[in-house]
Design a protein around this ligand. Structure first.
Ligand code: R2B
Ligand code: URA
Length: 299
């Protein structure tokens, strides 16, 4: 049974594109719906997002190698986001923070609707993932966290201002079935995966209670009290996009998606990221491996 919420999809705009009444400009990706470069993407089965463009290039190369050097299509503009398509997977960077990532997600959702010709059953099958980095809450650097739910720094769900009228609220839960499938695909490979809640901060410093920002309003006591409070509420890591990502995907009714973040530091022990570049590469490679082991089962 298809789980997509037809009434939550902006059909007035998106169906006019399908009818050919207008072209849709996915402005930040530098492509539009009239271009032939999109035609092979109609077979897309998964959309993988990561903050950095370099990581996206690496992921696409890795996926190509895993699939007999399948061809990689690159969108020509990399001004805002880096995009690659290879063997059923669309890889896109989203930058840092929910304002940037929300643009990448909204335009990817629009593009996907166009690519699948508005077919809700086809949309329902698509898997989404974000692979990223995070600060661990009582976890050592290099731990893989699979998010169960992402919340804002006040432990309430993601919301946006609706002018002077109030707020739009979103559901930040991640589907249990996708988590179970990812864990099953990684059984026996020696990588420990921890499940738990995630805080998505709107800021790397203030909203994550760091004491090393250029601006600081906290003390060691208030920082430790916040970390203690989020830990007691089941939070295992802190990053900057998950609450919006889950919120938007839940709003349309997608039911296959996940967020896998490696931890770069244990926030109970400090604020600065002091890992060497080799360690950082190893940590993010492992998060990629967890995802690719799952994607391989989707073939
Ligand atoms: C994790 O790392 C980035 C900040 O360094 C941010 O995009 C995130 O979510
Ligand atoms: N990304 C974040 O948002 N916070 C951290 O502490 C590390 C990575």
């Amino acid at each position: 049974m298809c789980a997509m919420h037809a009434d939550h999809i902006n059909g007035e705009f998106l169906d006019s594109v399908l009818r050919g009444d207008r072209v849709d400009y996915y402005y930040h990706y530098g492509v539009d719906s009239s271009l032939d470069i999109l035609t092979p993407l109609r077979d897309v089965r998964a959309i993988v997002m990561a903050g950095s463009g370099e990581r996206i290039r690496g992921f696409a190369d890795r996926w190509s190698r895993m699939n007999q050097d399948a061809p990689i299509i690159a969108f020509p503009s990399e001004d805002r986001f880096v995009t690659r398509y290879c063997h059923g997977v669309l890889f896109v960077s989203h930058g840092m923070g929910m304002p940037s990532a929300s643009i990448a997600v909204q335009e990817a959702m629009r593009m996907l609707y166009f690519l699948k010709d508005g077919d809700l059953d086809a949309l329902d099958q698509v898997f989404w993932a974000r692979v990223g980095t995070s600060g661990g809450v009582d976890l050592p650097p290099g731990t893989m966290v699979l998010s169960t739910e992402a919340l804002m720094a006040d432990l309430k769900p993601f919301r946006l201002l609706q002018g002077g009228h109030g707020e739009y609220w979103f559901d930040g839960t991640f589907p249990a079935a996708s988590r179970a499938a990812i864990i099953a695909a990684n059984a026996g490979n020696g990588i420990e995966i921890v499940e738990g809640k995630t805080v998505s901060g709107n800021e790397f410093y203030l909203e994550q209670f760091r004491l090393d920002g250029a601006i600081n309003f906290e003390t060691l006591e208030s920082k430790q009290a916040w970390l203690q409070w989020v830990a007691e509420n089941g939070v295992r890591n802190i990053e900057m996009e998950g609450a919006m990502l889950a919120g938007y995907l839940n709003y349309w009714g997608f039911r296959r998606f996940a967020m896998i973040c490696t931890t770069l530091l244990n926030r109970l022990e400090g604020d600065q990221v002091t890992s060497t570049s080799e360690e950082l590469h190893r940590f993010t490679d492992q998060a990629g491996e967890v995802l690719f082991n799952y994607l391989a089962t989707m073939q």
